[in-house]
Design a protein around this ligand. Structure first.
Ligand code: ADP
Length: 370
């Protein structure tokens, strides 16, 4: 029989999750083989180093603060909870990971064990992504928008074609000059009118429905909302080889938002950026949050893709405008609706990276002081 240590060693060596253990100073104590493969570092590269080497610079800069706060307050933000975050490989490329952290206290020290799952690996993550997308799509009513679209088409088509028929009948009746047909013709016109009014009513009802969408508002750490949305959007092979830089406000701004909906906006913008850069030589993306002089929160997604032609730029936010083979052309229209429902604005600019920049504002509640 193998002893307990041997069993543990086998689990550790063969785990499909990367396992990284750090001490209370965030110094890496162990780094298993899966972690080596996932991050491209060998254990000897990282043992004795700060865990920050596995994070993009923005998060690396904040990690000490997170650890310190936890040591002081014991308040759990990630330990025992698990979150989707962004990891950075040795070559500097970033990738989405699901991170759960466990804590162990030995007699004289505290150790933290990170279990890391690579979310770029499609098969393993399919289910997780599916769940997240279900939640997001559902909440952002993207699905119901699709339903609404076909409903509108149906609801509008039927009375329109009926009124067309009534009008044709009316013309024939008026042309026939037969007695009594004039009155029948007028009746057919009345019926055509009633059908057209029905179209008007339907359109009005749909508008009201769209307007009534209630927001589930809560105070949210916007940097975190952006990070999570990006990680979800970056799942899948298209996002490989894209270098993402986070340029998030150190004030850790807080806004009153419907998290799921704002994540939907960021995901949409990130996906568009990824689409635009696919097949493009330079593939860089910057996610930015900043507090403007007039105390607005401004969030931007910049890419180094081909940008938007002048012609497309004029109607970017018009529903059903798309240049993609399988596009719906609804993404940006929905994003703008969501942002405006939050009291913000969404617009397009040329990006300093050479491609597109989509920016939106949200009313700022306060910087996050903790
Ligand atoms: P879809 O993605 O389904 O086409 P969207 O409303 O999200 O719908 O986008 C509309 C169009 O705007 C896209 O088809 C594309 O032409 C253009 N577009 C959006 N984002 C970018 C971007 N980052 N770079 C270049 N073009 C973009």
């Amino acid at each position: 029989m193998p002893n307990e240590d041997q069993i543990l060693q086998t689990v550790y060596d063969t785990s499909a999750d990367a396992i990284v253990v750090i001490d209370e100073n965030a110094i890496v104590q162990s780094f298993n083989r899966t972690a080596e493969k996932m991050f491209g570092f060998s254990a000897s590269d990282v043992l004795g180093q700060n865990i920050k080497v596995l994070m993009p610079p923005y998060f690396a800069a904040h990690h000490d603060g997170y650890m310190e706060r936890y040591m002081k307050t014991g308040e759990r933000r990630i330990i025992g909870i698990g979150r989707i975050v962004t990891g950075q490989r040795k070559d500097g490329s970033t990738f989405p990971i699901e991170l759960s952290i466990g804590e162990a206290k030995t007699s004289n020290r505290r150790l933290f064990t990170g279990f890391i799952r690579d979310l770029t690996d499609k098969q393993r993550v399919e289910q997780r992504v599916h769940e997240l997308q279900e939640e997001l799509i559902h909440a952002a009513r993207l699905a119901s928008l699709g339903e609404i679209t076909s409903m509108v088409a149906h609801e509008v088509n039927q009375p329109l074609s009926a009124s067309g028929t009534y009008l044709e009948v009316a013309r024939e009746l008026f042309n026939s000059h037969e007695e009594g047909n004039h009155a029948k013709g007028l009746k057919a016109l009345d019926q055509a009118e009633a059908q057209i009014k029905r179209v008007g009513d339907t359109v009005r009802r749909i508008r009201e429905f769209a307007r009534k969408k209630t927001l589930e508002l809560a105070l949210e750490d916007i940097n975190r909302v952006i990070e999570e949305a990006n990680a979800i959007a970056a799942v899948g092979s298209k996002a490989r080889n894209i270098r993402t830089t986070f340029n998030l406000s150190p004030l850790r701004p807080i806004a009153m938002v419907d998290r799921i909906q704002i994540q939907q906006v960021v995901m949409n913008l990130v996906r568009n950026a990824i689409d635009a850069m696919t097949g493009h030589e330079r593939r860089e993306m910057v996610l930015q949050s900043l507090v403007t002089i007039d105390s607005q929160l401004e969030i931007s997604v910049l890419d180094s893709g081909p940008g938007v032609s002048e012609e497309t730029a004029k109607k970017l936010f018009t529903p059903f405008v798309t240049t993609k083979k399988d596009g719906t052309g609804l993404g940006l229209a929905i994003c703008r609706t969501i942002v405006e429902a939050h009291g913000g604005k969404l617009w397009y600019e040329n990006s300093s990276l050479g491609g597109a920049a989509f920016k939106f504002t949200l009313p700022l509640v306060a910087p996050n002081n903790d």
